[in-house]
Design a protein around this ligand. Structure first.
Ligand SMILES: [Zn+2]
Ligand SMILES: [Zn+2]
Length: 173
């Protein structure tokens, strides 16, 4: 969704509330699987040629456990504070500011702000690096793929087997 920024020429502020329904926001390599509609609140303020964007992204995402690949739900609550610069009027002094790594910059052009891109970026930043269904998840057996949280597999026993084999050999002597 694109937000028309032209009302900001007449008003100092613009407040937007938007809800992405289930099944949306899946695009490209950021395949976000919404478990709850994604609520976005956004307050825009024009300061000179900059647009300051402040708000919140609230939803629940379905992801896979890193170890056992079972689906889990991650609650997302991302607050953001961004500065948008117009790509149409980027000047030399703006480029100096852009070298400052401590500030979060995004860009808009044609008086339009890409809300999808903003939300994607926030979800990507907020999503934990590791996701586990439980802290002590046993994962999958590397040999047969059995989910070891739900059942044992035969591979384990086969690993113990050589020892039993040795015992058996002793017995037979
Ligand atoms: Zn797991
Ligand atoms: Zn196995």
């Amino acid at each position: 969704m694109f937000i028309d920024l032209t009302p900001l020429e007449k008003r100092p502020q613009l407040r937007i509330e938007y809800e992405y329904p289930l099944g949306t926001l899946a695009m490209g390599d950021n395949d976000f699987n919404l478990q709850q509609p994604c609520k976005v609140t956004l307050e825009l303020q024009r300061r000179g040629r900059e647009i300051h964007a402040q708000g919140q992204v609230l939803t629940e995402l379905a992801v896979l456990c890193d170890r056992c690949l079972s689906p889990i739900t991650v609650a997302m609550d991302s607050k953001f504070n961004l500065i948008y610069l117009s790509l149409d009027h980027l000047t030399g002094s703006d480029k100096v500011i852009l070298d400052r790594q401590d500030l979060d910059f995004s860009f808009y052009s044609n008086d339009c702000l890409d809300l999808d891109e903003l939300v994607h970026e926030q979800l990507r930043l907020e999503l934990p690096m590791s996701n586990l269904c439980r802290p002590d998840c046993l994962g999958l057996c590397q040999k047969c793929g059995q989910n070891l949280n739900t059942a044992h597999c035969q591979c384990e026993e086969q690993e113990i087997d050589p020892r039993w084999q040795a015992l058996r050999e002793l017995k037979n002597k």
